[in-house]
Ligand binder design. Structure first.
Ligand SMILES: Cc1cc2nc3c(=O)[nH]c(=O)nc-3n(C[C@H](O)[C@H](O)[C@H](O)COP(=O)(O)OP(=O)(O)OC[C@H]3O[C@@H](n4cnc5c(N)ncnc54)[C@H](O)[C@@H]3O)c2cc1C
Length: 462
């Protein structure tokens, strides 16, 4: 039976960075993926990544064929398209990438650092002993051979499939299921336009809760008149089919007249705060498997790489000297939750609020600057949202406003601050975790109950 210091399940963006970090420090790392080596990195995606993620990780920027465009900002359209927020700045500057070539670059980093790749191997479950994960059960896709691979620590980086996390026993303390309302189902196409796009360095986001309930429509330009166009909807039980919606409401627009399909495909994005604990005995969960995605725009490439880096660094600092108990793995939680986790939690409150309002509220809020471009820029970086309450109140006194929307906005800003404060107090050891978890669940349960009351989302659930 093979044995490694660390098994990383999934050679996506999270897994490759974790494997690279650990292998470069001399640990024996086995990186497993069900895809063929040449297909690793080829994922249905919006293909947009912020420059700041490369800076944070010390990775060279995309170049050559891997770079398919530069982004200087984002344009956000209200449902009636009367208001357009044009926001730019460091957090929104970035690249359109060739996702496959980018994934291959990260894989090369991991392998050059010394990780061993087992491709075309499907992992089906963790090996458990005395309440800890001790490796994985897998099957070799080429020959159908069953494998048992042992390790001190197993990292679940298998994306939204979360193949290890979903098979953990409750006593490990990691939540197994993510509720449907916290996922967005997407369909996207890469299309060659017949003409030119107006602002090729701006990504476009169209908010429209009727066409894309709980999600949004995006048009992200690549070079030479190619665009990545897609639509996501909250995965409520009777949600509309995102592909039908894209064809009916988006691809019928004049921009796409005469365009041709280069690639089409669907995918799921988890859009909630990170799972409350990323670690248990012998196991760490990162990337989409741990819901480390920006809940507002669904960008998960950067945060998943951050999850990979943090877990790799913490593990390699101490793997020699301790048993991988929940206590010794706990600093992974503390580092992630007090950093990006805190931002994500604030953005999750904002997401729940946005999913609960109507198109009319959005048109109003954007038109009368109840939420400003500057607020959205901050929100996209996960900073606290300041509301233009003074202006909103003035409008209400002028008889134009919506008292319910203003009340909701106040409540959202308060809940957002409360959630961020709780993340600042993330427990420094597992003993205090149950109390913290009860508190954070209360905040989010109350937010959903309050903001989704009679919203599009709850109407669909009925
Ligand atoms: C439609 C869509 C658009 C998106 N747009 C953007 C965007 O523009 N910008 C952005 O930053 N993010 C975007 N995202 C999110 C982003 O793609 C993910 O957050 C990111 O890829 C997460 O990386 P990961 O490593 O956790 O998972 P993944 O990249 O999904 O990698 C998981 C790996 O695990 C492997 N695997 C899964 N199950 C098993 C198994 N049982 N055995 C062995 N291997 C297994 C898979 O083959 C895969 O290689 C988008 C997502 C979708 C679906």
């Amino acid at each position: 039976m093979e044995r490694y210091d660390v098994i990383v399940v999934g050679a996506g963006t999270a897994g490759c960075v974790a494997a690279m970090t650990l292998a470069s420090k001399g640990f024996d790392v086995c990186l497993i993926d069900r895809k063929d080596r040449r297909a690793i990195g080829d994922k249905v995606c919006g293909d947009a990544v912020g420059k700041h993620h490369f800076d944070a990780l010390g990775l060279p920027y995309p170049s050559g064929e891997e770079k398919e465009g530069d982004i200087v900002g984002v344009k956000i359209y209200s449902p009636d398209r009367e208001s357009v927020f044009r926001i730019s700045g460091y957090g929104l500057t970035g690249f359109m990438i060739n996702r496959h070539l980018f994934g291959q670059r990260l894989l090369k980093y991991a392998l050059d650092a010394g990780a061993v790749l087992m491709d075309k191997v499907h992992v089906s479950a963790p090996i458990l002993k005395d309440g800890s994960v001790r490796g994985v059960i897998a099957s070799e896709i080429r020959r159908g051979e069953k494998l048992e691979i042992l390790s001190d620590v197993t990292i679940d980086a298998s994306g939204v499939a979360a193949v290890i996390r979903r098979r953990l026993p409750p006593e490990i303390g990691i939540e197994k299921e993510i509720s449907w309302e916290d996922k967005v189902v997407c369909y996207r196409e890469i299309r060659q336009l017949s003409g030119e796009i107006e602002d090729p360095e701006f990504c476009e986001i169209y908010l429209n809760l009727t066409v894309a309930p709980g999600g949004y429509i995006w048009v992200f330009p690549k070079r030479n008149g190619v665009v990545n166009v897609g639509l996501g909807v909250a995965s409520t039980p009777n949600h509309p089919n995102p592909k039908d919606q894209l064809y009916r409401y988006v691809l019928s627009e004049p921009l796409f007249e005469g365009s041709s399909l280069l690639h089409g495909g669907g995918g799921i994005v988890p859009t909630r705060r990170p799972i409350d604990s990323l670690v248990g005995g012998g196991v760490v969960v990162i990337g989409d498997a741990a819901c480390q995605v920006n809940p507002i725009h669904g960008g998960g490439i950067g945060p998943s790489m951050m999850g990979g880096k943090i877990s790799g660094e913490v593990l390699s600092e101490a793997l020699d000297s301790w048993e991988p108990t929940p206590k010794s793995l706990w600093p992974i939680n503390v580092r992630f939750m007090k950093g990006y986790g805190k931002k994500q939690a604030g953005l999750d409150v904002f997401r729940i609020f946005l999913q609960g309002i109507t198109d009319e509220d959005l048109n109003y809020g954007m038109k009368y600057a109840v939420i400003t471009e500057d607020d959205l820029l901050k929100a996209s970086m996960g900073e606290p949202i300041r509301l233009n309450i003074e202006e909103a109140t003035r409008r209400i006194f002028l008889g134009l406003g919506r008292l319910r929307l203003l009340r909701s906005l106040y409540k959202m800003a308060r809940t957002l601050r409360e959630a961020r404060r709780l993340y600042e107090r993330y427990p420094s050891s597992p003993d205090e975790f149950p109390r913290w978890r009860m508190e954070i669940r209360r905040i989010f349960d109350e937010a959903k109950a309050s903001f989704w009351h009679e919203s599009t989302i709850t109407r669909r659930r009925a």
